[in-house]
Design a protein around this ligand. Structure first.
Ligand code: ADP
Length: 228
């Protein structure tokens, strides 16, 4: 469960990116964040995985109060929030297996259980046979699926994706969307900032539109709503 109340974010250079955001997202929802460039979408999602701190207001995520959270609690908070980026952010010298195992935060887990879990998530994203490859041996779509596997390794309640199909062709984007849909079908909340009109209009979900740091539209089964 995600709740924002009157959230403002002003960066140190004086730019105000969010101007009083109020929103409630229930566990298990699939939400697109849309809006023009510079509207505040990235800032909105960065607040949700605590990459940025709000300037004022209240943010509650999975029962953590992100205004009050202590530094030492942040790693625990982040275990329940998986993040997927436009540019994948895989470690180039590690194998696919290592890239995913690296993100597994189960310090006391046996090597056997770690292996089991890594192979499980690779199976979920359809890449079991690529475990020994390195990222540069995979296509863009495959690399994005590895980063999705990495994001779900700790069974997070929420997966946040910032333009996950921004570097992919339309056909590959569809496959990636199907992967997110199956993750969502298992009860995980998915929050996706996107510029893809075709995806938003094809896979109908809740649409939150942000403009000049404010939510200007919030529709269930909404449309992209901008000309591109
Ligand atoms: P979007 O993702 O919709 O393009 P952003 O959240 O990236 O929007 O940006 C919103 C506004 O905040 C823009 O004016 C941008 O220049 C500014 N901004 C974003 N990140 C920073 C930062 N780290 N420092 C200063 N200003 C920033």
């Amino acid at each position: 469960m995600i709740e924002m109340e009157n959230v403002y974010k002003t960066y140190p250079n004086g730019v105000t990116a969010l101007n009083g955001v109020n929103v409630k997202i229930d566990q298990g929802e699939f939400v697109y964040i849309v809006g023009p460039s510079g509207a505040g979408k990235s800032t909105f999602v960065k607040l949700m995985y605590r990459e940025e701190k709000p300037s004022s207001g209240k943010i509650m995520i999975n029962n953590y109060d992100l205004m009050e959270i202590k530094e030492k609690e942040i790693p625990f908070f982040r275990r329940n929030v998986g993040v997927v980026f436009q540019d994948f952010k895989l470690l180039p010298k590690m194998t696919i297996y290592e890239n995913i195992a690296f993100a597994l935060e189960v310090i006391e887990e046996s090597p056997r259980n770690i292996r089991k879990r890594v192979m499980e998530v690779l199976e979920t994203v359809g890449l079991k046979n690529k475990a020994r490859f390195t990222p540069n041996e995979l296509s863009g779509g495959e690399q994005q699926r590895v980063s999705i596997a990495r994001a779900i390794i700790n069974h997070p309640k929420i997966v946040i994706a910032d333009e996950p199909t921004g570097n992919l062709d339309p056909e590959t984007s569809l496959e990636i969307m199907k992967t997110f849909e199956s993750i969502n079908a298992s009860g995980t909340t998915v929050l996706m900032a996107t510029h893809s009109k075709s995806i938003v209009n094809r896979f109908k979900k809740r649409v939150i539109a942000i403009e000049s740091g404010l939510i200007v539209r919030d529709e269930h089964r909404g449309e992209y709503g901008y000309e591109v």
